[in-house]
Design a protein around this ligand. Structure first.
Ligand code: BGC
Ligand code: BGC
Length: 835
């Protein structure tokens, strides 16, 4: 009871003005702070939007007139959105599609990302196709959507802002408004009408791969930011800017409780009561809707076992009837196909539940045909279709599209000087400064005094791509050279400029080595970028043995050490904190790396230009197994609590921390099986049959590979396996691939098969013949093979329970060297099955 009261007071304390945040959910929490589902037959009441009962009769009359002229084919086209990688302008015209999106990997042009010109040209083509009424039909402009989720992150030269987790630490809604206005302007340069932002997730378990897309683990900050973003993007309601030439349509996503799934599983199930759904995960939608957000994206996830895309109570009763949202509900990437009984191409359940626009990237054509038939057959009621189309037309009219011109002729279009303009860069740099959280600063190591010799090291120091995180130029982000960010600045270059300015010198190495003993060392390292389920982890452990060793040896020789930690979430890094005199959580700051130096490096007068002001909007774990760790929960035991963050005025000394991770090694390596010469725990290499012999050889380092020799006429095998199966189903749907490096030292004397699946049971293994693929490369040279997970599934693998992701089988003296066995993201958008 006392605990329940505390929690109740807490929610009252964080609720803002118009909050309808209740406290009743405390009764439904178990000891871990997990919520228990309540009886769904007793639904709660959701708050009503202040805009719900406003009606623009003139606009509705225009929609009536347009609807009356539309054929059923044209109406069905409006409710379908296709991806630009899978739809041509001709298709848009012929099927009267309502919208096109460009997914994270769907840029036009030869590269995985595109320039402003390439985007504008594509925008024109789709637009012209949509208004081509030469077949006698109606002309309805398409809306073109994209994930501009931390700036316009898909265009070369765009301003890439820190991810939302970082902005949450800034606690500054006015800054968020400026960022969103910049993002809208840059979207106008490339001809886009619409962004799939903001994400209003309230992540409860930081093992979720999308934790960084959320602002905070509590709804408080999200509630303040939601209207600021919506207004920054769309303009303030009833002002002259609203949907004006510098504005775009905004969508709040992913409705609802995407951040509330069990174990932080992406696209998983939120087993929570409807109070928790409303008061934690749903409450910021009210703020976004009150600010005029025009679209809401349904979540991939489920609520108490039911996929939200098929949940009529949530999409229709709650969102539209109770809250009174009058824009449209867009689906997520083929998410409708996950509803029980649906496929990507056939899903009347979703529109019947209240979805207004299907996101059907590559499935749009089949979906169009089935949906059309279902309307004709009455499976989908004409009224429901009309309502969905009405909502889409309402938004298009409000956005001014019917009175617009082709994208390239609109204000700002094609003007590259707007991308990362001086003004835009300044906003991003300010955001970087304000989002840094100082967790440790023993003996006042920071700020770095003027005139020092500074060693800067770590792999991410000079990589703008690493510093930008996921959803940057590509879906997963990472791995691109700095030339892909022609207007950006790396963290290294910012540090160099500031240190030189203050009369110091800089030595840079990736591994921490140096020629001249430094006065102080700064290491920049952390999580490599990821997006969506590819970022899901089983524990919050982050380890980096080379950086840890380098920090320790610097400390031993008396050099003070500073860590700048890049990540998409708080992580258990106690050994690295112990080895650092100062530790800064920098999240993923984006393209203005100079913002870090602004705070860390003192100017020549000995004072830094800016102090730290960031405060944690997520609790920092004390142990690696603290997935769900949220302020207000019972037995709350963080290392650094929600709201923590030092400034230069503090002189706290952090004592040495426990280095017990508190997590088992089990499943730490879901995607990495054999690397750096070692099977990655819990995986191990094993052989079966009498003929397989393995020995260590060199690949890129000494003995980081093994050679296997298969002797005799009876098949034998070498495999990588462990007891506990991993579920690779979502990875397969995300087109991920098994990859490994190999070398043949002589021609193959016998066929070779590779299988993936369950150990010792052919019934759940998928075997593919890789003989020809191996032979395609010359002997004596290392090559890389990639095979789509789907190939193994087609060959019979139980992809949901893989405890043997690699098994190589052959006979007769076949010899192959193997290294770097892992599952990685798709490289080319194609299914790679060996021929
Ligand atoms: C993501 C959305 C995104 C959409 C389009 C989905 O996989 O969940 O957040 O807006 O793809 O790229
Ligand atoms: C993402 C897209 C991405 C695609 C790749 C989706 O889940 O949201 O933006 O391009 O997967 O398969």
């Amino acid at each position: 009871m006392i605990e329940a009261r505390k929690k109740c007071l807490y929610f009252i304390a964080i609720a803002t003005a118009s909050a309808l945040v209740g406290c009743s959910d405390t009764d439904n929490q178990d000891a871990k702070g997990h919520s228990q589902p309540t009886d769904q037959s007793t639904h709660v009441t959701w708050p009503r939007s202040t805009l719900a009962d406003l009606r623009n009769d003139a606009l509705e009359a225009k929609i009536d007139a347009l609807l009356a002229r539309m054929t059923v084919e044209e109406k069905v086209g409006q409710v379908i959105q296709a991806d630009s990688a899978s739809v041509t302008p001709e298709d848009v015209k012929n099927y009267n599609l309502g919208s096109v999106l460009s997914g994270g990997n769907s840029a036009p042009g030869p590269l995985p990302y595109a320039t402003a010109d390439e985007w504008v040209e594509a925008a024109d083509q789709y637009y012209q196709a949509s208004i081509d009424a030469s077949d006698g039909g109606v002309a309805i402009p398409i809306i073109w959507g994209i994930d501009a989720v931390h700036g316009h992150n898909n265009v070369v030269g765009g301003t890439v802002f820190p991810h939302n987790i970082a902005l949450g630490a800034a606690h500054n809604a006015e800054l968020i408004r400026k960022i969103s206005a910049v993002t809208a302007r840059e979207l106008r340069v490339t001809g886009h009408d619409w962004t799939f932002a903001p994400t209003l997730a309230v992540p409860q378990d930081d093992r979720w791969g999308r934790t960084y897309e959320g602002f905070s683990e509590t709804p408080e900050i999200t509630r303040q930011y939601a209207p600021a973003i919506v207004e920054g993007l769309q303009g303030e309601l009833a002002s002259a800017q609203f949907m004006g030439p510098e504005k775009v349509i905004s969508s709040a996503k992913h409705f609802v409780a995407d951040g509330g799934t069990r174990d932080g599983q992406d696209q998983g199930d939120a087993a929570v009561s409807e109070e928790v759904l409303r008061d934690i995960h749903g409450v910021a939608y009210l703020d976004a809707i009150n600010a005029g957000v025009q679209a809401v994206m349904a979540s991939f996830s489920s609520w108490n076992g039911k996929k939200i895309h098929g949940d009529q109570h949530l999409l229709t009763e709650v969102l539209k009837n109770q809250i009174g949202f009058d824009g449209f509900v867009v689906g997520d990437w083929n998410a409708h196909g996950q509803i029980e009984g649906c496929t990507n191409e056939n899903c009347p359940q979703a529109i019947n539940a209240g979805l207004d626009m299907y996101m059907a990237p590559d499935s749009w054509k089949g979906l169009y045909e089935n949906t059309l038939q279902q309307v004709k057959d009455g499976v989908i009621k004409q009224d429901r279709l009309d309502d969905a189309v009405r909502r889409i037309l309402r938004v298009k009219m409000r956005a001014g599209l019917f009175s617009s011109v082709k994208p390239s002729a609109r204000p700002l279009a094609g003007d590259e000087s707007i991308l990362s303009s001086g003004e835009h860069k300044a906003v991003a740099r300010e955001a970087v400064r304000q989002s840094l959280v100082l967790l440790k600063n023993n003996s006042g190591v920071l700020p770095i005094a003027p005139g020092q010799h500074v060693l800067v090291f770590g792999e991410s120091t000079d990589s703008i791509s690493d510093a930008s995180g996921g959803w940057t130029l590509t879906w997963q982000g990472g791995g691109l050279p700095n030339t892909a960010f022609p207007k950006g600045e790396s963290i290294l270059s910012g540090l160099e400029a500031a240190i030189h300015e203050a009369g110091g010198t800089v030595e840079y190495s990736t591994d921490g080595s140096f020629a001249q003993k430094p006065d102080v060392a700064i290491a920049v390292y952390g999580e490599k970028p990821y997006a969506e389920f590819q970022g899901d982890v089983s524990t919050l452990l982050y380890a980096n043995p080379p950086v840890l060793d380098a920090l320790k040896s610097l400390k031993q020789s008396g050099v003070p050490t500073v860590s700048v930690f890049l990540s998409g979430r708080p992580m258990w890094v106690n050994p690295l904190i112990n080895a650092s005199d100062a530790f800064v959580a920098a999240w993923w700051p984006g393209t203005e790396g100079g913002g870090i130096a602004d705070v860390l490096i003192a100017t020549s007068d000995g004072e830094p230009a800016h102090d730290f002001s960031g405060k944690l909007s997520f609790s920092w774990p004390k142990r690696a197994d603290q997935g769900p760790l949220n302020v207000g929960q019972d037995n709350y035991d963080p290392l650094f609590p929600y709201g923590y963050g030092l400034t230069y005025a503090d002189d706290d000394t952090l004592p040495d921390l426990s280095e017990e991770a508190g997590a088992t090694n089990k499943q730490l390596n879901k995607y990495s099986y054999f690397e750096h010469g070692r099977a990655q725990a819990p995986w191990r290499v094993s052989t079966s049959g009498s003929g397989a012999h393995i020995s260590a050889v060199d690949y890129t380092a000494q003995e980081d590979a093994f050679t296997v020799l298969f002797e005799g006429e009876m098949a034998s095998s070498v495999s990588i396996e462990n007891e506990t199966p991993v579920d690779l189903f979502r990875e397969m749907n995300g087109a991920m691939e098994l990859t490994f490096a190999y070398r043949l030292d002589a021609e193959l004397p016998a066929p070779v098969t590779l299988s993936l699946g369950c150990a010792n049971n052919p019934a759940c293994q998928g075997a593919v013949d890789i003989t020809k693929a191996l032979e395609a490369t010359s002997t004596g040279e290392w090559s890389t093979m990639r095979i789509s997970l789907s190939c193994f599934a087609q060959a019979g693998a139980d992809i949901r329970a893989v405890n043997q992701p690699f098994k190589l089988e052959s006979t007769s003296g076949t010899t192959i060297a193997i290294a770097a066995v892992k599952v990685v993201e798709d490289s080319d958008g194609q299914d790679n099955c060996p021929q």
